[in-house]
Design a protein around this ligand. Sequence first.
Ligand code: CA
Length: 324
Amino acid sequence: MKTALAILLALQGKNLVRNPGFEEGDLHPAHWSRCDGLTQFWEKDDKRGGKCIRIFTRVCNEEYHARLEEMKLENPPPPKPPRPIKGMGYDTVGGNDGVAFWSDWIEVSPARRYRLMADVRSEGGVPKIFVKGYTDMPVEIDEGGKPKKVSIPRVTYKIYLDCPGGPEWRTSSLEFYPTYERDDVRRMRVMIFAYWPPQNYWFDNIRIFEVGDDPEAPKRWAALKEKARKEKDDERAAQVKEARYALGYIRQGIERYRGDMGAWPPDLAALVKDPGDPRWRGPYVMELEGDPWGNPYKYRLSGAGFTLKSHGPDAADGGDDDVE
Ligand SMILES: [Ca+2]
């Protein structure tokens, strides 16, 4: 039988998932997470031969989390036998957080379409297979009191495939575009995920193929970047407006202070802090909040008058972003 699926397979290129059928490995399947032996098992497939991954979610949620901690060790101890679950199993990992099992990194080519395929069987439940795409984002971390710039992978793309289960193996498939919205998704990983109902789920032959171009992508990225730029401009305009309003309000307070006290306030705090002088009839402003960028307004006596301004988004004096 030449099915549509077989034709599709013939048209597709190389499978990008390494060890897709879980046949390679020694203690653990190569190029995948280590199995925890409590909820995740790398075992022989009774139906078709070969090996597959089984996920068992009828395990107490706390026991799963304790096991996750142990699995961070280089040599985790063998798992303790799980305590029996009674009733529906609302306290199980299947009824709570679910069990995730990860592939290695897979490189993403921009403006390409991909197809995810997976073989699944279950005792009835419908597990999901996620693909998560990652962008390297610059962040500042604290390294012994000193700020340091590093880049860390952040999930910026996510899809999932519902895999209807049953006693026999069934193939599910989905087309996806990791760089649909942004051109900087560089890598992806497959996350096998089983949850409710609390039972056994089997997974095999996890495949990702490139299936062609996404020629609309550059146009889409440009439109999304333009939209983001415009939103940022609008936000900036609203912040500048807010700063101008606040500056006007503080200036009025300063003028009223001078009217009462006969001199400009030495600093902005003088507008709200009663000095114990009977001439002081403040507070002259209700509260002294910072500017919309989280910095204090800058007040300085100068000559016979004063200057009051915000240093703007760059928080530095000068530049064309200062607001007066
Ligand atoms: Ca297999």
